[in-house]
Unconditional design. Structure first.
Length: 89
């Protein structure tokens, strides 16, 4: 068992979460997309918000994918805005 698997198992036990319900790859992919597309501090915040929404029953099964696409779109929008803004020379 690697460190991430062991940590996940321990946290699940502590919080009373069924480890079979944890899609580690999905969460890591989401946080990667947000960290790269928006900002590093937005990654754990987004994962937390997704967890809150799922716990409240308001996030559908496709929520993480939608958030990943939002982060990618955010990066594209910011790049476009930067390209359209005249530079200071």
């Amino acid at each position: 068992m690697n460190v991430l698997e062991e940590w996940t198992a321990r946290v699940c036990r502590e919080l009373g979460v069924d480890p079979a319900q944890v899609d580690r790859t999905l969460v890591l992919d989401l946080t990667r997309d947000v960290a790269h597309g928006v900002a590093r501090p937005a990654a754990p915040l987004t994962a937390y918000l997704l967890g809150l929404a799922q716990g409240a029953g308001t996030a559908g099964p496709d929520a993480a994918g939608r958030l990943s696409r939002m982060a990618q779109d955010w990066a594209k929008e910011r790049a476009k805005e930067t390209a359209e803004t005249p530079g200071d020379t």
